[in-house]
Design a protein around this ligand. Sequence first.
Ligand SMILES: NC(=O)c1ccc[n+]([C@@H]2O[C@H](COP(=O)([O-])OP(=O)(O)OC[C@H]3O[C@@H](n4cnc5c(N)ncnc54)[C@H](OP(=O)(O)O)[C@@H]3O)[C@@H](O)[C@H]2O)c1
Length: 271
Amino acid sequence: MTNTFVPLLIFGAGKMGGAMLGGALKAGWPASMISVIDPNPSDALRKQAEAEGFSLNPAAGTGSRLVLLAIKPQMLDSAAKTLSAHVTAETILVSILAGKSIADLKARLPQVSKLVRAMPNTPAAIGRGMTGAYAAGNLDDAEKALVFALLKTTGRLEWVENEALIDAVTAVSGSGPAYVFYLVETLAKAGEELGLPPALAMKLARATIEGAGELLFQDAETAPATLRQNVTSPGGTTAAALEHLMAQDGLQPLMTKAVKAARARAKALAG
Ligand SMILES: NC(=O)c1ccc[n+]([C@@H]2O[C@H](COP(=O)([O-])OP(=O)(O)OC[C@H]3O[C@@H](n4cnc5c(N)ncnc54)[C@H](OP(=O)(O)O)[C@@H]3O)[C@@H](O)[C@H]2O)c1
């Protein structure tokens, strides 16, 4: 069995790379096995490196088995040369770059053949992320387990069987947190229309989504539809509202339309 913790290089320690770094350290990944490359490290990152003991901006050739690529997609071309010095044929490269395909990565890093394209989301920052990932070609089960060990440090991971589905993952869970934040805004606004003071309406809406999300999290065995039915008495207040939300022209067709637009945009950005 392969050791779960192997030398890890995090290339780009911004919001997402930083969250992955924090997650890996929290999960017990030995700091001595972690290197981070970031050309303009913040003071916080420097201090963190000193305090935790991971290596910041080491010279080329860290020999890291796992490399997490977490720069902005538009930086890929300018970073490819530096990155190239840190990868070999044995490297497992995990890219979270939106819109950059396996073919794009192979074109810039021909020596790497073990490639994973992953799409995390922002709750990764608090260890409650949802990542969808596609493993290209020749990763064996032990190598996939290494990637799993890395990506699950920020939450959950599901594999998809073909690369095109990454655009669907982007549309559902990658962009999904923003839909939920907007749901809070719309619920608060509706509360205002019922006469609630704006601040109170926002408190009620926000706490409701927080609590409902936590219920979903803690009661993972129960289907969302059952949780909904459990609070919907026939002829009651919730039923009166759901009649509109669940109408033929209600939330479902709107959500499907929105998610399809996100997927189309993901495809277009990938070029
Ligand atoms: N945030 C999300 O919700 C989310 C979700 C899914 C996927 N992603 C993907 O995650 C990636 C990172 O996004 P982010 O929001 O974390 O961006 P970010 O905060 O801007 O982080 C990118 C980091 O990479 C560094 N960097 C730039 N050029 C570099 C180079 N040549 N070598 C090494 N490091 C370099 C940047 O340093 P400087 O600041 O000095 O330029 C910055 O620290 C993107 O590709 C995005 O598509 C993000």
